[in-house]
Design a protein around this ligand. Structure first.
Ligand SMILES: CC(C)(COP(=O)(O)OP(=O)(O)OC[C@H]1O[C@@H](n2cnc3c(N)ncnc32)[C@H](O)[C@@H]1OP(=O)(O)O)[C@@H](O)C(=O)NCCC(=O)NCCS
Length: 197
């Protein structure tokens, strides 16, 4: 397998979307689906392309994607996703190394990312030198899990029935949230200095 990391091009969009949705499918972000590629205001949009696979109607064979936003001295990884068929082959690391170089070139001194509670992903960030901080909760109140969940989260306006509610909550309320709602994620920040290597 020969994989090249390069800048995203408009013709990559369909393959980019498919890579991201498949990468997230088995994770805590399984329902975080984009139907068009977000455009970072200032930063970098990188793709890892499998040079051995034929380029099809939906664009090149994209094995991994990384979007980076730079705001002053802070670079944030908005998306990092490696297609499940290409995991564990160094693609995520290659994307991250390139992102770090771009972050340094744009004047960032810190690079960070926010993620939920997938053990393999957490291990990946730690092994890449990120330190963990700043935790809070992502909570879903879903009528189809229990009719009692949405009313436990919000007060409905007359004539409106909340079916699914997404909430942020402080980590200190984790036990209470888990007693009340089935889907609760701990979201946390990973950060490290940008070295520009
Ligand atoms: C996390 C992720 C980007 C890593 O990319 P990758 O190309 O598989 O990782 P690399 O090959 O560069 O690194 C391999 C390491 O990642 C670990 N790893 C993490 N998730 C893995 C997975 N699902 N499959 C295989 N290895 C995985 C391996 O254990 C290996 O550890 P080691 O270096 O200590 O041996 C990728 O697994 C992924 O897309 N996960 C799902 C999407 C996601 O959670 N994105 C982050 C949301 S903020």
């Amino acid at each position: 397998m020969s994989v090249e990391v390069r800048d995203y091009r408009p013709g990559d969009e369909q393959a980019w979307l498919r890579c991201r949705v498949l990468a997230f499918l088995g994770t805590a972000y399984f329902d975080d689906v984009c139907t068009s590629k977000p455009v970072p205001r200032r930063g970098a949009a990188l793709v890892a392309v499998d040079d051995d696979a034929a380029s099809g109607e939906r664009g090149p064979a994209i094995a991994g994607v990384l979007d980076l936003s730079v705001d002053g001295s802070l670079a944030t990884i908005d998306t990092i996703a490696v297609h499940p068929d290409f995991r564990g082959a160094g693609i995520g690391t290659a994307l991250f190394e390139q992102a770090r170089i771009r972050a340094a070139a744009l004047g960032a001194v810190t690079i960070d990312a926010w993620t939920r509670d997938d053990e393999q992903t957490l291990a990946w960030y730690r092994a890449r030198g990120f330190a963990e901080s700043e935790h809070y909760l992502h909570v879903y109140a879903d009528y189809y899990v229990s009719a009692a969940e949405p009313p436990a989260a919000v007060r409905a306006r007359p004539g409106l029935q909340p079916m699914k509610v997404f909430l942020h909550a402080p980590l200190a309320r984790e036990a209470e949230m888990r007693r009340t709602f089935r889907r609760v994620h701990v979201c946390r920040r990973f950060a490290q200095p940008v070295t520009g290597t």
